[in-house]
Ligand binder design. Structure first.
Ligand SMILES: [Zn+2]
Length: 134
């Protein structure tokens, strides 16, 4: 059930990327719920993502109101960034205190992923629906 709500009408000149992704979460959840009531959303946020859990939750409470996902609980899972060493090809997870390659100690490394933001799964009234990352 859609209220025909559009974010560009509601935010004015404020930064809207968190609102936009929150709206996207809602749209995906409602589509997969297929008319059933959404109770939980499992959201994966990369370690280096700029998205802030609190902001998403804030927007969620506003835009989910009146939909089948109203009152659903958002679960945020932070995942560590994955790096690749350009010297030896080693792939590893970025830790806070150590950015260099753990194998050869090279600092010639690149980010493979770490700023992702996606809906991993939702719970609806009676069953869980998987949403794979694209
Ligand atoms: Zn290396």
């Amino acid at each position: 059930m859609s209220r025909g709500w559009r974010y560009d009408e509601a935010v004015g000149d404020k930064p809207m990327h968190e609102l936009a992704v929150t709206e996207s979460l809602l749209e995906i959840a409602l589509r997969h719920a297929d008319g059933r009531r959404v109770t939980d959303l499992y959201v994966v946020i990369g370690q280096l993502s700029s998205f802030v859990d609190d902001s998403v939750q804030f927007y969620w409470d506003i835009i989910a109101e009146g939909t089948n996902a109203q009152g659903a609980t958002l679960h945020f899972q932070r995942v560590s960034a994955e790096m690749e060493c350009l010297d030896c090809g080693q792939r590893y997870h970025l830790s806070a205190e150590h950015m260099a390659c753990p194998l050869c100690d090279s600092t010639q490394v690149r980010l493979v992923c770490g700023d992702q933001f996606y809906l991993e799964a939702i719970d609806v009234d009676s069953e869980r629906v998987e949403e794979r990352p694209t």
